[in-house]
Design a protein around this ligand. Sequence first.
Ligand SMILES: Cc1ncc(CO)c(N)n1
Length: 223
Amino acid sequence: MKFSQRLFEKVGDIWEKTHQHPFVVGLGTGELPVESFIRYMKQDYVYLIDYSKMFAYGAVKAHEVETMAAFAKLLDEILHGEMDLHRQYAERFGITNQELEETKPLPNNLAYTSYMLKVAQNGSLEELICALLPCMWSYWEIGKTLAETNPSSKEHPLYGDWVTMYSSDEFGSLSLWLIDILDRLTNGKPERELAILEEHFLTTSRFEYMFWDMAYAGGDWPV
Ligand SMILES: Cc1ncc(CO)c(N)n1
């Protein structure tokens, strides 16, 4: 079995719960309260600033020039493509770019990005990919599922752009590219090393769920 298949099976229950989360369901039906979406968009913007740095670290950790170039290109695409979606949404709500950038991360967001960046700084390329992959892969799964189960969700006046971006083949190709690198790097690795990689994938899959929960319900510092 390919290692990516093993990972996918390992997090099956967590990802299923993510698909059933009221925030995710509400994005598809259009019934998500707008306050939750605004909180999500602001939190996700500062998340993406750290997330984009994962690709900079990817270029540092890569073993081949072609892989370095692909990570560098993706860094640029996140800063100018994916984050444009958030800037456009913000503009509709009268939120400036400065306000977006100055968003204080809520505890779950901070914990999530700190974990990912720690793995990127201290770990191997395989570890970095395993910490990063649930982000893009689970979003693609969500985008595709929403577009399939609610065919009109891509047309929704507010959430349609979100569903369109994350269900796209272009976005999906990022996951497929990382999955392919990971399967090549892990081929023949001892179980001891694979278990560490699996743990990163499991941890960031849990953080993904917690991010939806935070976006939906808040979850500020208790004191
Ligand atoms: C929290 C989170 N995970 C994944 C993605 C997909 O890039 C995103 N924008 N935000």
